[in-house]
Design a protein around this ligand. Structure first.
Ligand code: M6R
Length: 608
């Protein structure tokens, strides 16, 4: 949950590291630090607070080798001492770490007994001291490899030492790390966007691998010291897409990018004339898809709500019994898994520890895994049998928006593909759904034009402290998502419920102060949801109705209405979620919260 960056080259490292750190701040932003190696000495600065706070205290430096870190606290509160980098006793070695060293405590106690002085409460500091004991000033790679051998847990880390002033050592076990190659310079970072301004030629490090960054390139090896050769990849994302482009926040930009995200995810994956779904990346799993007797979908957060939405549609249209589970629960719930089980793992980042854990468990027990991932080359893609990429482009805002729409579209395509492969659905039967989905981008554009009305609504409600979101059938997961968006960026208490649950408890919360956002579609159980609105009104609740069915009855019972263009069951979830994202965004903006980096959160949750 931290961001790390390393550099060896010819340019002054400090500005470059800081620029990369600002791109990584979405991963953690409670403290930051850098270490620079120059003239065989270490210049180290670290602070609680954001990268901008660190920048204020930095001295100018011409060093061309260094490390940077932005932290999301796990062990020890966000203080100057607990910020990374961490050093050995001599202040000759500096280490930055993303992940958790689970067995750090006995090592810390042993090191202290041998006279090592620890300055922080972190798990990470043991790494610096373990390296110190194994480093004789010559082979830093070997010392790092030896130091890591007894450690358990997850890490992506980078190390510099004053006695090896022209290299950065990196290692990866369970946390992401990408290496960048430039002209007489090399880089390491937790993700691709951090490096895009410097290079597009990248090498992905796998778990159990180490690397040495030097000016003339990178050298890779495994934990046994065996050399690894890996061809670099060209990354096609561009720097501009990874910037705000005039929007106040990344989240707002990403909400507005949704028509593109949807169109890109659908593009070239179907033949509209015949209704055939074309997913060559899944061809190798055709036999497994044929034989699958059980299909699970695992994910966390917003990606989990995408899976819940798919459950309704898959059941209805594809005859696929889809069991949807939170990845964090799946692994420990003794799931039924064998070689005839198919697991679909959904993740924007492809780095979520819970989702990776579920996938590892599934594959270890013979199941096949198809992942739906947005970030190219992410760990999950390498731990799956096949990957269906969502082409939403980089999502920087911590609150997921465009990734959800892309996941919903990818799940539709995958459902069609499975149903067509198994002969449950003839291609021509798929055409109406496809025709509806391809209208999505234009309808979302139309919805985004209602932003001013949603701003006005946000102005009415931004001071409320509690919200209820109700939906039924495939709008139930969208109600959950609406509540999640609001709580994570505005810190307002919001709960999403299946509308039918209202009478079973949450109705007790309703009073004249409590706004309830109700999602109503003419496509499904309209009368029942309408009755739920009546129940809220009867208790003097405030009702904001989001609907594709405006009529006199709805107008009578609603205090406010957000209109959704009429569509289909395929498209409705994608359309209904857009105003909820905008509503959460503008409420948070009026409350003045840190929208792209909400408190306590991080974009990729790489620890369990
Ligand atoms: O990268 P992932 O899709 O695996 O992330 C899953 C969740 O952590 C993520 O959706 C989280 O809930 C977001 N903050 C939601 O906005």
């Amino acid at each position: 949950m931290c961001g790390i960056v390393g550099y060896v080259g010819q340019r002054p490292a400090q500005d470059l590291l800081l620029a990369a750190l600002q791109k990584l701040e979405y991963r953690g932003y409670d403290s930051a630090g850098i270490a620079l190696v120059e003239n065989k000495s270490l210049y180290l600065e670290k602070r609680a607070g954001k990268v901008s706070d660190l920048m204020r205290v930095l001295k100018a430096s011409r060093a061309t080798v260094g490390l940077g870190h932005t932290r999301w606290a796990t062990h020890g509160p966000p203080t100057d001492q607990n910020a990374h980098p961490h050093c050995d006793c001599q202040k000759k070695i500096a280490v930055i770490h993303n992940g958790i060293i689970e067995n750090y405590l006995p090592f810390k106690e042993e090191l202290q007994a041998r006279g090592h002085i620890f300055l922080s409460q972190t798990d990470s500091e043991v790494i610096a001291h373990l390296i110190e004991e194994r480093y004789d000033g010559t082979n830093l790679l070997e010392a790092v490899r030896e130091a890591l051998r007894p450690l358990r847990g997850a890490y992506a880390l980078a190390v510099v030492a004053t006695d090896s002033p022209d290299e950065v050592i990196v290692a990866r076990q369970g946390s992401p790390l990408v290496l960048g190659l430039g002209e007489h310079e090399t880089f390491a970072a937790s993700d691709i966007p951090a490096l895009l301004a410097f290079t597009k030629t990248m090498v992905f490090l796998n778990d159990g691998e180490l690397g040495v960054l030097r000016r003339d390139g990178v050298e890779l090896c495994d934990f046994e010291g065996r050399r690894i050769t890996r061809a670099p990849q060209r990354i096609e994302w561009d720097v501009v897409t990874a910037q705000k482009q005039g929007y106040k926040h990344f989240m707002l930009k990403e909400i507005h990018e949704q028509p593109h995200a949807l169109a890109n995810t659908l593009q070239n994956r179907y033949e509209l004339a015949t209704g055939k779904i074309v997913l060559p990346e899944l061809q190798k799993l055709t036999e497994k898809i044929h034989k699958a007797q059980m299909v699970y979908c695992v994910a966390m957060g917003t990606a989990y709500y995408a899976a819940l939405t798919a459950k309704y549609l898959w059941r209805e249209f594809f005859r696929v019994p889809l069991a949807v589970e939170l990845a964090s629960e799946f692994r420990y719930s003794k799931p039924y898994l064998d070689e005839n089980t198919l697991v679909i793992a959904i993740s924007q980042s492809g780095e979520t520890a819970d989702t990776l854990g579920a996938v590892r468990e599934a594959r270890a027990r013979g199941a096949s895994v198809i992942s739906i991932v947005n970030v190219v080359g992410a760990t999950l893609t390498r731990e799956s049998d096949a990957t269906l990429y969502t082409h939403a482009g980089p999502e920087i805002g911590v609150a997921s928006t465009k990734a959800l729409l892309a996941q919903l579209a990818a799940l539709d395509l995958l459902g069609f593909f499975i149903a067509q492969s198994r002969g449950w659905l003839a291609p021509e039967q798929t055409r109406p759904a496809l025709e509806s989905l391809v209208r999505g981008p234009a309808l979302i554009e139309k919805l985004l034009q209602q932003e001013r009305e949603i701003v006005r609504l946000a102005q009415v409600f931004y001071e409320k402290e509690h919200f209820l979101f109700l939906g039924r059938d495939l709008l139930y997961p969208i109600a959950l998502e609406g509540a999640l968006k609001l709580k994570e960026i505005s810190y307002i208490h919001a709960e999403g419920y299946a509308a039918g649950e209202l009478k079973h408890g949450p109705i007790a919360l309703i009073d004249a102060e409590m706004p309830t956002v109700v999602l109503v579609t003419k496509e499904s159980v309209y009368e029942k949801v309408f009755s739920n609105i009546e129940e809220v009104k009867a208790r003097r609740g405030i009702v904001i109705t989001v609907t594709d069915q405006i009529n006199k009855e709805i107008e009578r019972v609603s205090d406010f209405i957000i209109e959704i263009p009429p569509s289909s069951r395929w498209l409705a979830p994608l359309l209904f979620v857009v105003p909820l994202q905008l509503f959460a965004y503008h409420i948070a903006d009026l409350r003045g919260t840190d929208i792209d980096q909400p408190r306590n959160l991080a974009k990729s949750v790489t620890v369990e």
